[in-house]
Each structure stands twice: as structure tokens, then as C-alpha cells.
Design a protein around this ligand. Structure first.
Ligand code: ADP
Length: 449
């Protein structure tokens, strides 16, 4: 097997910049705890970086929820309409249809976007003959949203390529309801608006009554958790609420935007941040999520190549192209069994660098491991922080997102590092959560009607 220190010492030294020591991990947990408390408290919330939005979801599923629900999913790659039928704890039918949102719609007036959504919803309901059933609908809307009720949310800002006029500052549920009313051919009740993390928690909690955290490690990264209502000062009447719990959407991606993560950031993080569409924002997300991991690896590779320390004598246009190195390549490269570099060689070939020099391919794999391990360590800090904040002795975490699902070692890295941080103080289980934006939306609709 390769020995990094002996086989590629310069690259080994460079990768050390991504190391997070055990002491640093503990420091990160402490700092995040402080930021979360600031987000929760009324006097510090306005200037808090980690916003900790209350979701108005105060009931977890009991497993007894039944019935037919509609769900809309906006904010991923496709827009989807879903019909979810909860038949029993293990029997859930989902019918769904995806629709492409054109660039014209993504950057045009909000009215056109919501008219399109209503049109898709209407045609979907007609296909299933449910247009007059007045079904409850849960709206998964994965953009920053300040919720002021279970079915009332004010749009903060567009992200992910959307930029529609006349939506920021408005109640998104009302915009959708208006569009439905304009058509006049459809009866539905929009009973809840939610974020994908909340859907992920609820979806997992349906079969796993102990689920207390919803985590996304996909294109972006974020988490929500079950807080005591007595700690959610942003809820009016929080002291006298008769419901003990509240799901809090941390909007964790922004952790570090005030500089508290600078002590672990590297020159490569700075470079990726500078070239992003949102410089100086989403600091934690840029160290963790799928949108950025491949690009971090690419920067390290390009630097080593420039110094003549990797793929010597070889070069290509592709390796110098921003965002060209996909995060899925990291998974592929790390999936090669020990001593084999088949996928690594194939990927570099695709990148225009044809080589079978084992030392170089081993070095490439080491860079990938370095970047994905740091991501997993930071995610472990997040989970340990939330588990300690809840003071739970035993809980499950529902997780979704391509990085967690497809990286070959991510799950094990999380378990290993969480154990380090929790030191046996709490038991936990990490579970893939299926279709949070569909099932989860239906469950929230079910518990809130
Ligand atoms: P989203 O987060 O957009 O809702 P997903 O949860 O499916 O969607 O995550 C998609 C992201 O996961 C992609 O942007 C990509 O960065 C990452 N991804 C996709 N495939 C892999 C893979 N094989 N290994 C690691 N990450 C992946």
C-alpha cells in the first residue's frame, strides 16, 4: 500500500492544511453551540449568522398518520408534484411527476413561475381525478425562508439560479394560492410550507420514533433538530406553548460567515469561495457539500501539477477548468480497492491526463480522502453539537443528499468521528431518509391539519 509521507512527501505536507485535530473538532462544537444559541434567542437573532428559524412543526409523526396528501417540491434540480398515500407504517404509495423549470421561468416574473406551478399541479390532479377533493398540500420550498406560521413563510432571497421578481419579502404560500385561485379549476388546501431538512427529519421519524435530527449533505448542507419550545424565543408565546417541541431549521451552511471557522480554512477554501457566486457566504457549506468538494480537490491537484509534483510532464485543458472535477469522481476514486487505481486512471483519462503511474494515482486518492475526511469531520461536529444541545442519550439522525448516499466511506467516517466527540455520552444511529420532500411534506401536512 502507498505510504503518503514516503511516496509523495510534498503532497502529504500540503494536505496537512486540511487536517482537523481532535482538539479543533471540539473547539468547532463549542463555537457552533454558541452560534445556535444566538440564533435561537430573540435579542441576538437579528445579527446571528446561524439563523435557527423556527418551522412551526411541533409534532413528530406517531406512525398512525393515514390518508391522501399532495406535495410540491421546489428547490432541487426538478420541480415535482407528488401524491402521497399513507396506508400503514410500512406501506406508503407515492405517485409523482417531474417538470422542468425553464431558464425563462427561473429568471422571469414570480407570477409566471407560480402560474406554471399551479398549471402543473392542476394537470397532475386531473390525471389522478383528485382536482375536486380539496386535499391537504405540503409545499417543500428549499430556499431561505422566514416562517411566521406553519403555512406562512416570507421569502428571504433566491439561490440556486432562481431570480424571479416580486417574490422576495412576500408570503410564498399566498403567491401559490393566488395562482391556484386565478385558474379556478382546482381545490386544494396548502396546509404547510417546509424546508427539505424538515421533510427529511419527518420522513425518517415516521418509521423511527427516535429520530431527532434531519441532515442534508447534498449540493448544499444544512440540518434541523428538535428543540424544546421553551428555548425557541422567536415563537410568540413560547413560554406558555402547550407543545413541548419545535423543529428548528438551523440554516447551518452559513456557520463561519463571521470568521469563527477561519482557523481551519485553507488557501484552497479561499480560492473556491472567491470564484463562487456567493463569496463570503455559506462558509461551512463550502467545506462540506457536494457543490464544492470536487473543486477543492481540483485546486490542490492543479497546484501540485504546477510545481511539477504530480502527473509530471502531463497537462490538459480540462483540469484547469473551474468546477470541471465532479464530487462524484471523489467517490469513484475512493471506491477503488486498496492497491488498485482503475477508476482513478479512468477519471484522469476523462480529464485529459492519461497515466498509470501508481504513485501519482495514489497521491490523487490521498487528496480525495483528505478533502472528504474533512467534510465528514465537520459534519460530525454538527451532529455531535446538536446531540449535546438536545441533551439526548439516544437518538436517530435522518440523512439525505448525494454525498452521504454515494461516498463509499462517508457514513463510517461520521460514526468514527462522532464517537470521538461524544465519548460514549450518547448513542446514535445514522439512517438514510427516503424522499423527505415528498413523504416528509405529506407527514407535516398530516400532523398539522
Ligand atoms: P440536492 O442536494 O440538489 O437536492 P442530492 O441530494 O441528490 O440533490 O445531491 C446531489 C449532489 O450530490 C450533487 O450536487 C453532487 O454534488 C453530489 N453527488 C452526486 N453524486 C455523488 C457521488 N457519487 N458521490 C458524492 N457526491 C455526489
Amino acid at each position: 500500500a502507498a505510504n503518503p509521507q514516503r511516496d509523495f512527501p510534498e503532497a502529504y505536507e500540503l494536505c496537512k492544511k486540511f487536517d482537523i485535530s481532535d482538539a479543533n473538532m471540539e473547539e468547532i462544537v463549542q463555537r457552533l453551540t454558541k452560534e445556535i444559541k444566538m440564533g435561537l434567542a430573540k435579542d441576538t437573532h437579528p445579527r446571528a449568522v446561524v439563523k435557527c428559524f423556527i418551522t412551526y412543526v411541533q409534532d413528530l409523526p406517531t406512525g398512525k398518520e393515514r390518508g391522501k396528501y399532495l406535495a410540491l417540491d421546489l428547490g432541487g434540480t426538478n420541480f415535482r408534484v407528488l401524491l402521497v398515500t399513507l396506508r400503514s407504517e410500512t406501506e406508503i404509495d407515492i405517485e409523482s411527476k417531474s417538470y422542468v423549470i425553464s431558464h425563462t421561468l427561473m429568471e422571469g416574473p414570480g407570477k409566471n413561475l407560480f402560474d406554471f406551478i399551479a398549471e402543473c399541479l392542476s394537470s397532475f390532479c386531473k390525471d389522478y381525478h383528485i382536482e375536486k377533493e380539496n386535499l391537504p398540500l405540503g409545499f417543500t420550498f428549499s430556499f431561505p425562508l422566514k416562517q411566521v406560521g406553519i403555512n406562512k413563510g416570507i421569502m428571504i432571497t433566491w439561490t440556486k439560479g432562481f431570480k424571479c421578481d416580486g417574490v422576495v419579502g412576500k408570503n410564498v404560500v399566498e403567491l401559490l394560492q393566488d395562482a391556484i385561485n386565478r385558474r379556478g379549476d382546482l381545490k386544494v388546501r396548502i396546509v404547510a410550507i417546509l424546508n427539505d431538512t424538515t421533510g427529511t427529519l419527518m420522513s425518517c421519524a415516521f418509521g423511527n420514533r427516535n429520530c431527532r435530527i434531519g441532515l442534508i449533505v447534498g449540493t448544499g448542507s444544512n440540518a434541523c433538530y428538535v428543540e424544546k419550545t421553551s428555548n425557541t424565543e422567536m415563537l410568540e408565546g413560547y413560554q406558555t406553548s402547550n407543545k413541548p417541541n419545535m423543529i428548528v431549521n438551523c440554516e447551518l451552511g452559513a456557520f463561519g460567515d463571521n470568521g469563527v471557522l477561519d482557523f481551519i480554512r485553507t488557501p484552497y477554501d479561499n480560492a473556491v469561495d472567491k470564484q463562487s457566486i456567493n463569496p463570503k457566504r455559506q462558509t461551512l457549506e463550502k467545506c462540506i457539500s457536494g457543490m464544492y468538494l470536487g473543486e477543492l480537490v481540483r485546486h490542490v491537484v492543479v497546484e501540485l501539477m504546477g510545481k511539477g509534483l504530480l502527473f509530471k510532464g502531463l497537462d490538459s485543458q480540462a483540469i484547469h477548468e473551474k468546477w470541471r472535477f465532479q464530487t462524484s469522481y471523489i467517490s469513484d476514486i475512493e471506491s477503488d480497492p486498496e492497491g488498485s487505481y482503475r477508476q482513478a486512471a479512468m477519471i484522469m483519462d476523462q480529464m485529459g491526463i492519461r497515466t498509470h503511474v501508481e504513485k501519482d494515482l495514489a497521491c490523487l486518492r490521498y487528496i480525495c480522502q483528505t478533502v472528504s475526511t474533512r467534510s465528514a469531520k465537520l459534519t460530525s461536529c454538527v451532529l455531535a453539537c446538536l446531540i449535546q444541545k438536545m441533551n439526548t442519550k439516544d437518538c436517530s439522525v435522518g440523512i439525505d443528499g448525494g454525498v452521504y448516499r454515494y461516498h463509499p466511506h462517508y457514513h463510517n467516517l461520521l460514526v468514527e468521528n462522532m464517537n470521538k466527540l461524544l465519548k460514549g455520552s450518547a448513542k446514535f444511529e445514522l439512517i438514510v431518509s427516503e424522499d423527505g420532500s415528498g413523504r416528509g411534506a405529506a407527514l407535516i401536512a398530516a400532523v398539522s391539519v
